[in-house]
Ligand binder design. Structure first.
Ligand SMILES: O=C([O-])C(=O)C[C@H](O)[C@@H](O)C(=O)[O-]
Ligand SMILES: [Mg+2]
Length: 445
């Protein structure tokens, strides 16, 4: 059989609508951006990938064009090596990356070539007529993948003059509630009940770092009371001091199944050291997407036993890299999962395919998808039922672009002045001159 050749590479930046979700970084803006990469081959197939938005990432992807077009698809590993060596990338910064959740550093943590890897594997799966999870890592480990219900405190967008979407979906409680303010334990429980009714989640994660720690743990208690059989996790993105994290954990231990990035760097110690002290003191299983975001950081994190669960987002590690993390975690009796940011249905499909190929015990996968549900770019998008995504019996990624929907999302992108994520912009409507502080919850000023 002769390998197909890549005939074109196109990069389409797109935007989607979001709620005014609160995190340690501030408030999500009304629109978020992503980059879509589209490959064609001379067998007549289309391969797609999605990654974070922003001008630097668009430029990185565009720089791959001359390297990729004309290459034989079966050489996809060599193509990826070539773009890593010869593709454009911005000069690196201090390397702190997500350790401090400083969103301006996201472009250094994101590996743009992961979008190309996805599009190449989509084409490759179509060439050999197998779903992506059968041809990546050690091959398919499961037919369906558990996702978690990602809960946020939501600000009142009516207090801004920004074009947040409202009343876009009155089909059920989730559609009605997801754009409304929610800053109390009761409101978050209502949000969780509505999400569970639509998607059937068995696992929830609350984004913390917004209110003071005691109030956030009261929300965790209320979630546990409402869903005694569900796994509950809170992620303050390292906002708490070591002492506070230990106290909050000991006081509310029965409500938590595990915890994510409870603490960060402190008193000259790195986040990896502080999280290891935290684990010694509490014995609580700890997840991270902040202190082990690359191969260099993973080594001291595992040596110091700072984490149990690494959320190895394929966009930060590459698909193959993320599955290498999964193998190591499994061999060493630890757990793999994935972090997420706002995304479209192409990323949802990638998360499902990568998770289906991750060996061993994995944790329910993060997704922001429920906040974007109904903005699909593909007609045959995957969906979450009973808290799970089932891998479709289709080759490659398993979904196919609708070019009209893609064009609409691109037109929305063209309405934007600034394409990089900036969560302080919307936040400053609520608290004038608000600035990001890695140690101070967003509404505690
Ligand atoms: O698990 C996490 O830390 C995240 O999901 C980080 C993201 O920045 C999330 O908070 C978001 O996108 O707002
Ligand atoms: Mg996290």
């Amino acid at each position: 059989m002769i390998s197909p050749r890549i005939t074109s590479l196109e990069v389409v930046p797109v935007a989607g609508h979001d709620s005014m979700l609160l995190t340690l970084s501030g408030a999500h803006a009304p629109l978020f951006t992503r980059n879509i990469i589209i490959l064609h081959d001379d067998a007549g197939h289309e391969g797609i990938g999605e990654i974070h938005g922003g001008d630097a990432i668009s430029k990185m992807l565009e720089s791959y064009q001359d390297i990729v077009v004309g290459q034989a698809l079966v050489n996809y590993r060599k193509i990826l090596m070539d773009v890593r060596e010869n593709g454009w990338r911005p000069n690196n910064n201090s390397g702190q990356g997500l350790q401090q959740l400083d969103l301006k550093n996201l472009k250094f943590v994101v590996h743009a070539e992961a979008a190309l890897e996805c599009a190449l594997l989509d084409l490759y799966g179509k060439f050999v007529n197998l779903p992506m999870c059968d041809i990546i890592g050690q091959g398919r480990q499961r037919d369906s993948v558990e996702m978690l219900g990602y809960l946020f405190y939501i600000a009142d967008s009516a207090k801004t003059h920004l074009p947040y979407v409202q009343n876009d979906d009155d089909s059920d409680d989730w559609g009605k509630l997801r754009r409304k303010p929610a800053v109390t334990p009761d409101a978050v429980v209502r949000e969780a009940k509505a999400a569970q009714k639509r998607y059937g989640f068995h696992s929830f994660k609350l984004k913390g770092g917004v209110l003071d720690g005691e109030t956030e743990m009261a929300t965790v208690d209320a979630l546990h009371d409402a869903f005694p059989n569900c796994r509950i996790n809170i992620d303050p993105n390292g906002a708490w001091s070591l002492d506070e994290a230990i106290k909050l954990t000991n006081d509310h231990r029965d409500s938590l199944t595990y915890i994510e990035d409870p603490t960060g760097p402190e008193n000259g110690f790195s986040g990896r050291e502080i999280m290891s002290f935290y684990k010694n003191a509490t014995n609580m299983p700890v997840a991270t997407n902040m202190i082990a975001t690359d191969w260099k950081q993973i080594y001291p994190s595992l040596m110091m036993k700072s984490v149990d669960i690494i959320l190895a987002d394929p966009h930060f590690w590459g698909i193959n890299g993320s599955l290498r993390v999964a193998s190591i975690m499994n061999d060493w009796g630890l757990t793999w999962g994935s972090h997420s940011n706002n995304h479209f249905d192409i990323t949802l499909a990638l998360f499902a395919q990568a998770s289906a190929a991750a060996p061993g015990k994995i944790t329910a996968i993060d997704t922001h998808w429920i906040w974007q549900d109904d903005q699909q770019l593909c007609d045959d998008a995957m969906n979450i039922h009973d808290g799970k995504i089932t891998i479709p019996n289709k080759p490659g990624l398993g979904i196919n672009l609708n070019h009209e929907k893609l064009e609409m999302a691109h037109q929305l992108y063209l309405t934007m002045q600034n394409h990089d994520r900036d969560d302080s912009m919307a936040m400053q409507y609520l608290i004038p001159n608000w600035q990001y502080d890695p140690n101070q919850p967003t509404l505690v000023r």
